[in-house]
Design a protein around this ligand. Structure first.
Ligand code: SAH
Length: 360
């Protein structure tokens, strides 16, 4: 171990079991200690070293000196009266805020986590990007969203979707480490098939992910079927054409055998015509994609309007006629700051109002 290694505190919850074993061995600790600590972090979901009662006091003290321990603090919880969906606002160790959403389904509980503080992708209809990008989350900060929600609900999480604030493929290495830890048999042991990563369509990231040969589900936020229209909604479309995206999706399917899901937010008068449905079918068919139709969640900063129910059904019928599976996503937690990023923005906004009042 170099002097450098000794002075920089490591983020212990982002370390694999093997890394922890090696690190503790280099510090002269017995090998089984690593497994005990790993178990406290990733199975018992301890909030700090002080809870690790089968370690000596001296070792617990030393751990405090050697490592940082990421544990998120809950700032606010909102529960939907309509469907039990809960939104959590968490404070990170550096004071930044992230939100996560817990959804109860018949087939199990799902947690939607954030991958970054803010976002730099700039999708026009999305609230998460309005204040720009702060930083990427560490693996431990993504993991602890799942852990904190599990601790608070007291229920096992069966599905994890990386669909909250941020672009996961813009935080590639940390995302991969997060997935490996989350699905590790020595940790929560969530199956890869129960993990979904949603991307706005960063082509090199999709190709790289394909080569990891994971069994996770990749969701592509498509939202438009022509380059021109997609560029109006999503700045990332300036960088990659739909043709390049479809090539990358094909590659992903070939490498992993996993079918891709298209996310398609329906915006009235923008992307919800019968012709759009035809073109979408033509993109989905060769890849065997499933399509999730989401009536766009209006945010007050933009004047996008949701397609009405009839239009949404019509769109879905058209897909069905073309033998494409399209699910209309139930809107969960409509009554609690619906769209992504709104809880965090609302909270920061209210704190700023307070500060303003205090100053006045
Ligand atoms: N950056 C990733 C994941 C975060 S967004 C991505 O782009 O996929 C998760 C999903 O919510 C994306 O499909 C995104 O386009 C969609 N979304 C964001 N704001 C929305 C809104 N106001 N209404 C409907 N869907 C929205």
């Amino acid at each position: 171990m170099t002097d450098m290694d000794r002075t920089v505190k490591k983020d212990i919850k982002s370390m694999t079991l093997t890394e922890l074993q090696e690190d503790l061995a280099a510090r002269g600790e017995k090998p089984f200690r690593a497994k005990q600590i790993y178990d406290w972090m990733h199975v018992k979901l301890a909030e700090g070293f002080e809870e690790m009662t089968n370690l000596s006091k001296v070792l617990r003290k030393n751990c405090e000196l050697w490592y940082t321990y990421t544990s998120l603090k809950t700032v606010r919880v909102q529960e939907s009266r309509l469907d039990g969906t809960r939104k959590f606002l968490f404070r990170l160790p550096d004071g930044n805020l992230v939100e996560s959403v817990w959804m109860k389904y018949r087939h199990g509980n799902s947690v939607c986590i954030s991958s970054q503080v803010g976002c730099r992708m700039g999708c026009r209809f999305c609230a998460s990007t309005l204040d720009g990008w702060e930083r990427s989350l560490l693996p431990s900060e993504m993991l602890d969203q799942v852990y904190a929600v599990t601790r608070q609900t007291g229920e096992r999480v069966s599905n994890v979707v990386v669909m909250g604030t941020g672009e996961p493929l813009d935080n590639y290495d940390n995302l991969l480490r997060f997935i490996r830890l989350l699905t590790d048999e020595n940790g929560l042991n969530i199956s890869q098939r129960s993990v979904t990563v949603s991307t706005c369509g960063i082509v090199p990231g999709i190709r790289r992910l394909a080569e990891e040969h994971l069994q996770i589900t990749l969701a592509l936020s498509l939202h438009a079927v022509t380059d021109e229209k997609r560029r109006e909604l999503m700045p990332i479309a300036e960088r990659y054409s739909i043709a390049e995206l479809m090539d990358a999706c094909r590659y992903y399917f070939e490498q992993t055998g996993r079918r891709i899901t298209f996310e398609y937010s329906l915006v009235a008068g923008v992307n919800d015509s019968p012709e759009d449905a035809e073109l979408l079918s033509a993109l989905a068919r060769p890849l065997g994609c499933h399509v999730n139709l989401i009536p766009v969640n209006p945010i007050k900063e933009r004047d996008y309007v949701q397609s009405d129910a009839g239009r949404v059904r019509g769109f879905q019928n058209k897909l069905e006629k073309n033998k494409i599976n399209g699910t209309i996503r139930r809107e969960m937690g409509r009554d609690i700051d619906g769209a992504c990023g709104q809880l965090r923005r609302g909270y920061i906004g209210s704190q700023q109002d307070l500060e303003g009042e205090e100053r006045a």
